[in-house]
Ligand binder design. Structure first.
Ligand code: PLP
Length: 479
């Protein structure tokens, strides 16, 4: 094995930061040729993209030499931080040994098998099987195929409809975007596809005034029961949700919500799919968010944190209820991808999981840095622009409001057309911190390796950026 390890000089040479990038030329080529995901290309061409060139730990550097604290872990994925040589070495070794082979025709490979076994061990109890994909979207497409196949095999092909949630995010393939509840995505391309419907999200900010969080959790879960009864229980295949909604704006559900969802799924025999693409692999201080929410899903979607984003990988953890039927009664399951069980991606995942375990990152988020982030982040609530700041594990969000009030339901929001969140995001960037804006909600999901001192640094930069935003809004006469 060691004969294939790249030598220290080689590694040093590729890790030396290059200083002289022709940023203008890269920007020009970028707008001439690269269609970015989820991007208004006209406006990007005007502004020019920021060119990221290097990462180390929780920091990024752009082509102009700016050092930026990455509050978003890339895109919710770089859990172990940037610059992990042991992952690049594991990938390099695997590429030298066996860069690819398929798993279609009675063949397998060692990293995929090892990873499947390890994931089965890390997952909550009744999970023994894994179906690999290369992304979260493909994994959710797989879920659609799996649950419909499951009911077909049991002689109930009419159990076909899958229930998702408004403002949920499950990826951007045709099925992924359909399972999600993003109006802007549905509006382009004739989505959702047939057989997928949605209920409201458990967003306490939208609860009727006077309702407690606990009460609202039961009410929001009740929308699932209403929808099942409306469709007819014998028509419903599955319910899918993120334990904590990520792309929707870090929507942390009331503690009463998920146990009630579980009760309803059990009552009507509806399969429960937990999309843990963000909440998996330690983000909430547990290996999987399902543990924290005290649910036992039948299927778990994973991606992102499984490799910390170093190489694309996703998949579905298939619980015993579904696996049993698929294997015992199944015959051939006519679904899969060229890269299902890709040996290089699986090698990256194995090393990534070793790091998470050896450095006890899940425990750190549970008992050390997570509670510390909660306390520091909550302290931002005293800022005049912040209506409400909350967090869970290593996800956090705050709402920018025009007028504060004691209770979040009494805060006065900004006119959405003003795009105050985007203005604030600009100041965050200028102050060297990446925070994402979802409307006027500013969110973070930092790498799990962030220390307490770095939490302080992040929160200081956020506060400075909020001050800058406020000064700007006062100048505009908006507050
Ligand atoms: C990112 C994400 C996906 C989609 O994953 P891709 O790898 O981008 O296809 C699905 N579900 C959730 C919850 C996500 O956050």
């Amino acid at each position: 094995m060691t004969t294939n390890t790249p030598d220290a000089a080689f590694l040093a040479s590729i890790k030396t930061p290059q200083q002289d990038f022709d940023t203008a030329a890269i920007r020009q080529l970028d707008s001439a040729h690269f269609l970015h995901p989820f991007t208004d290309h006209g406006s990007l061409a005007e502004k020019g993209a920021r060119v990221m060139v290097r990462g180390e730990g929780i920091y990024l550097w752009d082509s102009e030499g700016h050092k930026i604290l990455d509050g978003m872990s890339g895109l919710w994925c770089v859990n172990v931080g940037y610059g992990r040589t042991s992952i690049s070495q594991a990938v390099y070794r695997q590429m030298e040994t066996l860069p690819f082979y398929n798993s279609f025709f009675n063949t397998t490979n060692v990293p995929a098998v090892t990873l499947a076994a390890q994931l089965a061990q890390l997952a909550p109890a009744p999970f023994k099987h894994v179906f690999f994909t290369s992304s979260g979207s493909e994994a959710n497409d797989t879920n659609v195929r799996l649950v419909r196949r499951y009911w077909d095999l049991l002689g109930h092909p009419e159990r076909h409809t899958i229930i998702g949630r408004v403002n949920g995010y499950h990826g951007s393939t045709m099925a992924g975007a359909s399972l999600g509840g993003m109006a802007g995505m549905h509006a382009q391309g004739g989505l959702p596809i047939p057989g997928i419907v949605h209920i409201g999200q458990p967003n306490y900010a939208e609860a009727p005034k006077g309702m407690t969080e606990a009460e609202f959790g039961i009410v929001a879960a009740g929308w699932l029961e209403q929808k099942i009864l409306e469709l007819g229980p014998d028509k419903v295949a599955a319910f899918i949700g993120e334990p904590v909604q990520g792309a929707g704006g870090v929507i942390i559900p009331p503690p009463t919500y998920w146990p009630e969802i579980q009760r309803i799924c059990d009552k009507y025999d509806v399969l429960l799919i937990a999309d843990e693409v963000i909440t998996g692999f330690g983000r909430l201080g547990t290996w999987f968010g399902s543990e924290l929410m005290q649910i036992q899903p039948d299927l778990i979607t994973f991606a992102k944190g499984v490799t910390s984003g170093y190489v694309p990988l996703g998949g579905v953890l298939v619980g015993s209820r579904v696996a049993h039927v698929l294997i015992e009664k199944g015959g051939e399951f006519n679904h899969g991808f060229t890269y299902s069980g890709h040996p290089v991606a699986c090698a990256a995942a194995l090393e990534n999981l070793r790091i998470i375990q050896d450095e006890q990152l899940v425990n750190a988020v549970a008992v050390d840095t997570g509670p510390y982030l909660k306390q520091k982040f909550a302290s931002l609530s005293d800022h005049p622009l912040v209506g409400h700041a909350d967090s869970l594990g290593f996800v956090a969000g705050l709402n920018l409001v025009r007028k504060k009030a004691e209770h979040l339901h009494d805060c006065v929001p900004f006119d959405q057309a003003l795009h105050v969140g985007m203005i604030c995001r600009g100041y965050m960037f200028a102050n060297g911190i990446i925070m994402r804006a979802v409307g006027d909600r500013m969110i973070v999901a930092p790498p799990l390796v962030m220390t307490q001192a770095q939490v302080d640094e992040m929160v200081d930069r956020i506060r400075q950026s909020l001050d800058d935003t406020l000064a700007d809004l006062i100048k505009r006469g908006w507050v």
